[in-house]
Design a protein around this ligand. Sequence first.
Ligand SMILES: Nc1ncnc2c1ncn2[C@@H]1O[C@H](COP(=O)(O)OP(=O)(O)OP(=O)(O)O)[C@@H](O)[C@H]1O
Length: 324
Amino acid sequence: MNDKNILSVENLSVHFEGFDRTVVAVKDLSFHVRSGETLGIVGESGCGKSVTSLAIMRLLAKSARVVSGTIEFEGRNLLSLSEKQMRGIRGNKLSMIFQEPMTSLNPVFTVGRQIAESIVLHQGKTYKQALVDAQGLLELVQVSDPQKRLANYPYELSGGMRQRVMIAIALACKPRLLIADEPTTALDVTIQAQILQILKDIQQQLGTAIVLITHDLGVVAESCDRVMVMYAGSKVEEGRVADVLYRAHHPYTQALIRSLPAFVEGDAEQQRLAELPGIVPTITPQAVGCAFQSRCSRAVAACASAAPIALQAGDAHRYWCRAE
Ligand SMILES: Nc1ncnc2c1ncn2[C@@H]1O[C@H](COP(=O)(O)OP(=O)(O)OP(=O)(O)O)[C@@H](O)[C@H]1O
């Protein structure tokens, strides 16, 4: 890891234009990723994690509108590039893996062909050379008997194997930044740990920066250098993983931590009590105050009428809050 930012997102806001209202999915969001580091983005379902990553990849749905902000990747604002220029970056220097590999892999082509085609497309190699590289990539993601696996179809592989193949495809072009959106959610715990370890190994070998999107603070503790906690499209806390997990300041981060099984001893009833009641609210452009106030036990009157303020909790550790 070094101190150079490979990605800088500044004041990003993304809206969805609905039939009768506008939904704010991401609100004035700023963050950066340093070369070679792993940044965790954490929050409940609907917090804006996926919309943020799709905005970076320029793969947002047609109904989404980026209303403000810049996304600088290696010094270029991705939002001002043409689609053609973006295609040259996406899948090359910037790659993404998704939660459910079965929907991203093509069921009618072999694994070898899918990896090799990505290499041919982005690196201009011959198909024969690309197949040799594909085998090397399968070795890198620790697929056993890689030569044989090249001839397999996705349905012949287990969930963990398919996710390894997706990682191999994402790595085909040696990206400088890999965005992994809930890469282990659909997998059982042992396979989850293996996939996270593979990502770590790859980072060490290739120096790839990783944005790891997850709703699981346990995954953050295992795998990330820094973490950004999101709530209703906004950043609520950020810092080094140890600072945020062991000295959380924002009531939402504290609630997420309390709901972690490792922090909750006792029976199922006690565990249920540790859960955070309510759901992430839908934000409109007219909304004022803190989006978390309706679920926050420490909210004060100002939380309903004024935006949260930035507070410094320590070196590089900040949170946005007015609660007492
Ligand atoms: N295609 C869409 N049309 C309308 N609203 C959308 C669309 N995609 C996302 N949203 C809204 O944007 C907000 C952020 O969603 P997003 O998918 O980024 O959340 P998330 O934190 O990634 O959740 P999950 O973990 O479930 O993927 C939510 O309010 C969601 O309802």
